[in-house]
Design a protein around this ligand. Structure first.
Ligand code: FMN
Length: 349
């Protein structure tokens, strides 16, 4: 057993978090991680509020352990979804992109707010806004890491802020967990690794591609969803890096997102405008690319379309060799992490 500020703050057995992944971190996987002693996180940006409430209730039926939700605050429907999370007293609210307006409301019922950052100077800002802990995302990560790798970012942020830190980007085994602790983090968050477990709904075709991939088989570009991000190297993701702006696909994708989020045209246009005005500055081009990326992402995870689908994945796919159950994976990581820490202890002369 390891006791860290993360296990203490969130009341979990192990310092291991499931990273929020839209359309992937569904209730079955979230509950499996929480039941195995980790911290399950439900990504909710793709749900409309009623759907989100149903998913939260499903998790509560499957586990009595702590869990959280993850929402990008500049996404359409974010305000409504956060309101549902507060109404349902979700123990941990993890956000990215944007400023949290809800910290006091979450603290009022004893919940915790966890900000996600990828740039060191954003860490102090997030803490000043009331975050209880931070997820720090390194460049190795699937999706939206910035330029600095975990190796550089973790100690840098650890010397800047006092709140518990959860390291994301490149972690897939117990040696990585021990290394994150040594660098100043209090636990790890894993996306790519938890994508390849039995309880995860990602299509077997893409799980297989990830298992076969080496650490060199990812691409980092802003063409996939408008923001710099890392993705599995496939026929379609490679082609996207060479294509011009996909206007027709963008229109189709926007209609799909509007339908999925159950938004009226007026509301959808309003959200798009709000995103464009956001501090992070998301021009229309970014929204359009997000719409296209979402369509292709669904093709990968639901249909296993290896020709047309795309899937975010981190460099650590090179070290992922199997598709275990969640509980086997977490158990294995903890044994490896403790053995690594013991080994490091014997190195002291
Ligand atoms: C397939 C996939 C989908 C993801 N989708 C999202 C997402 O919707 N929103 C988000 O903030 N991060 C997303 N991420 C990033 C994770 O939250 C996390 O930061 C990342 O996976 C950590 O790095 P790792 O993959 O090396 O563990 C996704 C990651 C993967 C693998």
């Amino acid at each position: 057993m390891l006791k860290t500020r993360m296990t203490e703050m969130f009341g979990v057995k192990h310092p291991i978090m499931l990273a929020g992944m839209n359309w992937i971190t569904e209730p079955k996987l979230v509950a499996a991680v929480s039941n195995a002693g980790g911290l399950g996180i439900l990504a909710v940006a793709q749900y409309h509020p009623k759907e989100m409430k149903d998913k939260i209730r499903q998790i509560k039926d499957m586990t009595d352990k702590p869990f959280g939700i993850n929402q990008g605050l500049i996404m359409p429907g974010a305000k409504e979804n956060i309101a549902v999370a507060i109404e349902e007293k979700v123990p941990i609210i993890n956000y990215s992109l944007g400023k949290p307006w809800f910290v006091n409301d979450v603290h009022a019922y004893g919940g915790k707010v966890v900000g996600t950052i990828a740039i060191a100077k954003h860490a102090a800002k997030a803490v000043s806004l009331g975050c209880d802990a931070l997820v720090i995302t390194g460049n190795e990560a699937a999706a939206h890491g910035a330029q600095a790798t975990s190796m550089v970012l973790i100690p840098l942020v650890a010397s800047m802020v006092k709140v518990p830190l959860i390291a994301a980007g490149g972690f897939y085994d117990g040696r990585g967990l021990a290394a994150a602790l040594a660098l100043g983090a209090d636990g790890i968050s894993m996306g790519s690794r938890f994508m390849i477990v039995k309880e995860c709904l990602v299509h077997d075709n893409f799980k297989r591609l990830c298992i076969e991939a080496t650490e060199q088989d990812t691409l980092y570009s802003n063409v996939f969803d408008g923001m710099d991000g890392r993705i599995l190297k496939t026929k379609e993701s490679l082609a996207m890096t060479k294509r011009g702006f996909p206007a027709i696909e963008a229109f189709k994708g926007a209609l799909l997102l509007k339908k999925l989020l159950n938004l009226s045209f007026l509301k959808f246009a309003g959200s798009a405008l709000a995103m464009m005005k956001a501090e992070e500055g998301h021009p229309l081009m970014v929204l359009a690319r997000q719409a296209v990326g979402s369509m292709k992402h669904l093709k990968a995870i639901n249909e296993g379309d290896v020709e047309g689908g795309i899937l975010f994945a981190g460099q650590c796919v090179g070290g992922i060799m199997d598709n275990p159950t969640t509980s086997e994976l977490i158990g294995r990581l903890m044994v490896e992490a403790e053995a690594t820490l013991d080994k490091m202890n014997t190195m002291k002369a």
